[in-house]
Design a protein around this ligand. Structure first.
Ligand code: FAD
Length: 404
């Protein structure tokens, strides 16, 4: 007899959202994480409006800054601000230790049983259940299992979803939390002419398939770099070059609070359901290949997975889990496919990055589209279609040069 309807391994945004949704749907849930919360996680902490829309509780206690748009810096150095006129969907920045902890608390409040400091070291599946064994030697059994254990997912590896991520399917990233004080954060990232809102900054050109960033928190700047793993040999050296210029430009000598590195997947896993198990979030490779964002996808996939598990529990049939794949295709993968193709074109060469940034600089309508897509006011699909037509009409030569 299974002790739980579902066991969720990993309590990041994907796992906590899945556990909360499953508990709200009346399932008995065990949520297990190897860390004790609040735990830190290398992340720039940008949460687009969709994150607030997906979660049915207030995020103001963990919001660090309100984000109205993005500043893009071209390889040659000029800046392009993309801020949608429609300000109905502002993003926020968060510190992941606070944000993830809040999500975990909400899952527990919904009725999920939470076990922290409890690494899953073994997983066994039978025809009627899945069991997980933790570091302390305990074994727990569930009717179904959700693998929300991030990009190095033990669930995925042990249940043979995949063996690992190839270098062209993953990005490497490093992130530094640099304390500069509230005034400097505002001076560097504040939206010009608006005291209340800030812009996230993306700098292109240092890496062939990635960027450096500066995201504003209350007193801290999250600065970092990411690049597809097969395209970079020394991410740290490129970052240090950029960071040294950045510090000089803004006359800052920040106190470094943390310096960490991690990888994230940039391609969806070939399989997301197998037998009695599902993968969600980073474990399923649900990350925007252009920006590296994965928090909204993690939450959304967690919610969808929990709903599919409920159907499977009610039907006593693992086949019902296939609804999760269909929902993901429709609601998540259709958008990620677009960002995948945009990344392919934008990161094709430094020349392409420069051409596109120049076009955006000179075209107010395109800047609106980018701001609106990043803000979630329009879909990535709609933004790509409109941007393509716009560029072909306004500057067909530049548009065609992107494919040469
Ligand atoms: C440097 C960097 C910057 C980023 N910036 C952004 C950003 O600004 N905005 C954005 O949207 N996304 C960003 N991302 C991506 C985002 O962090 C991930 O997509 C998101 O965290 C995925 O959530 P998740 O719940 O799937 O996985 P995770 O957040 O990785 O959570 C996985 C959890 O599983 C637990 N776990 C792992 N193995 C086990 C085990 N064996 N047993 C028990 N527990 C286990 C871990 O402790 C962890 O708590 C960034 C990523 C990186 C690396």
């Amino acid at each position: 007899m299974a002790e739980y309807d579902v066991i969720v391994v990993g309590a990041g945004p994907a796992g906590s959202s899945a556990a909360k949704q499953a508990a709200n749907l009346g399932l008995s849930v065990l949520l297990v994480d190897k860390e004790t919360f609040p735990r830190s996680k290398p992340c720039a902490g940008g949460a687009r409006f969709l994150v607030s829309e997906l979660l049915d509780f207030d995020l103001s206690s963990v919001a660090q800054r309100k984000i109205s748009g993005v500043s893009i810096f071209a390889p040659s150095g000029f800046r392009v601000d993309c801020i949608p006129e429609n300000r109905s969907k502002p993003g926020i920045t968060v510190m992941r230790e606070d944000f993830d902890h809040l999500l975990l608390i909400k899952a527990a409040e919904s009725g999920a049983q939470v076990m922290e400091n409890c690494e899953v070291i073994d997983i066994q599946e039978s025809s009627t259940s899945v069991s997980v064994t933790t570091m302390d030697g305990e074994t727990h059994t569930g009717k179904f299992l959700i693998g929300a254990d991030g990009m190095n997912s033990r669930v995925a590896k042990q249940l043979r979803f995949y063996a690992g991520w190839r270098n062209d399917s993953a990005s490497v990233a490093l992130e530094i939390e640099a304390k500069v004080g509230e005034e400097k954060v505002r001076e560097i990232c504040g939206e010009p002419g608006n005291d209340d809102t800030s812009l996230i900054q993306l700098y292109f050109g240092e890496f062939p398939h990635g960027y450096t960033w500066c995201f504003p928190k209350r007193e801290i700047l999250s600065v970092g770099a990411c690049c597809r793993q097969d395209k970079v040999s020394n991410l740290r050296a490129g970052f240090e070059r950029w960071f040294s210029k950045f510090k000089d430009e803004h006359s800052i000598e920040p106190q470094i609070l943390s310096d960490s590195s991690a990888r994230f997947p940039v391609r969806p896993a070939g399989r997301m359901v197998k037998g009695r198990a599902l993968l969600v979030g980073d474990a399923a490779g649900l990350v925007d290949a252009f920006t590296g964002e994965g928090i909204p996808e993690a939450i959304q996939s967690g919610i969808l997975a929990a709903s599919a598990v409920r159907e499977a529990v009610v039907a006593s049939n693992p086949m019902a889990l296939s609804a999760y794949v269909e929902d993901c295709k429709r609601m998540i993968l259709s958008e990620l496919n677009v960002t995948q193709s945009m990344a392919k074109l934008f990161y094709k060469s430094i020349r392409n990055m420069e051409t596109l940034c120049s076009f955006f600089r000179d075209d107010y309508y395109s800047r609106q589209l980018i701001g609106s897509a990043i803000g979630g006011i329009i879909s990535q699909k709609e933004a790509k279609r409109k941007l393509t037509f716009r560029m072909l009409r306004k500057n067909p030569r530049a548009a065609l040069s992107l494919y040469l």
